[in-house]
Design a protein around this ligand. Sequence first.
Ligand code: F0G
Length: 444
Amino acid sequence: MSPQYNQEFMSAELVCFSERCRAQYPITEPIYNCPRCGSLLEARYTGERTPAHLLKTLWRGRRTSNAPLDQSGVWRYREMIPFLDNYDSVVTLREGNTPLLPALKAAQYGGLDFLAFKHQGFNPTGSFKDNGMTCGASQAVRLGMKRVACVSTGNTSASMAAYSSAGGLQPIIFIPHGNISYGKLAQALEYGAKTFQVEANFDQILALVRTLADKLGIYLLNSVNPFRIEGQKTIIIEMMDQRDWNPPDWIVLPGGNLGNTSAFGKALRELCQWGLIEKTPRLAVIQAAGSAPFYDLMQAADRSSLHAVDHPETLATAIKIGDPVSWPKALHEVVASGGAVEKVTEQEIADAKAIVGLCGIGCEPASAATLAGIRKLTAAGVIARDADVVAVLTGNVLKDPDYIYRYHTGQLEAPGGVRIEPAFGNRPVVVPNDADKIAALLEG
Ligand code: F0G
């Protein structure tokens, strides 16, 4: 057995997120909600923490190491995700290690002096899900699970398929039929997932999968799984490391099921508690207007319950979710950070996405909601022009090439049939095999 790495200074348990309950369970219990009250669960660690300055040096040093755990941009920060007893069950594809890219054109478009993108599309399966999935899959292996399942708008299933197959688990995925991009579906098939295309929307399928998982003893790897959240914390930890532990003023991200918002908030709280940062950035969550229950919740006088959107609509299929399970955590984190929630139209997402492309960076539609949201929040004076802002691009540009082609050729239609006007369209030109004619076109 490989050496223990956290036992000597931290112990881990699952704790109910509800302030009124706070029931505690062993970290090895295969549960996703509190058996006593039904609320969400989160991992909690107690014991002596390694001092911040030692951690910073340790983590920096690991960047030059060839050990798989050190090369992973998740497990490099393992002192902050100490839920395993040893390294034996870790499934890693060297996830994380995603760049922080300054983008001047996008900053100008967003009404900012400066903007950097933390691009999670550089992950092994092309989305931020890999940061969480390495932890979820590792916990599944540790628990001795054989089969794992998820419902997905595409990226979770692609990631889960890859990590499960890499870890010797059987992946079973459930997706809304006809509502995910082919790039993502193709990944799940290629990585060997048993794939069910269900004729229902994401929220309906999640209920179905939870029943099946319970009945058949299959481990659930949706973002309700607290270990996924632990892994996604490292997006923020790595970003702070890349910024030499200088927190930005704002972190902007798209919101769907709200797992990532929960993870970012938990990361910020813990980084402060551990003394790794001194100031907490504000979180801005951006939703697609046709699928914005969290935006509605933030506007409401009474925030005690979320009103689900029964028929969510958006071409940004990754965030086409009407009943986000992690809303109680996300609400807590956004409010605690003094943050904001905004919603953006299909046209705004499409044009913002083209601008991200023109920076030479590119992303999938859901990710571009961040820049569209920044533009609105700066115009409204919520984010100041000179604020230091990091936007998280959640998925790779190649996840949804169909959307891109349609946009640039003027064929993209929003739900309801409204045509998107490609303000930054770039139509390919068909030409004869004739150098003179092509030269004339280029010079003309
Ligand atoms: N961006 C992308 C590219 C996503 O795939 C998702 C979620 C989100 C943003 C929203 O993140 O749910 O944590 O608020 N995709 C999930 C999936 C739901 O099944 O792949 P969230």
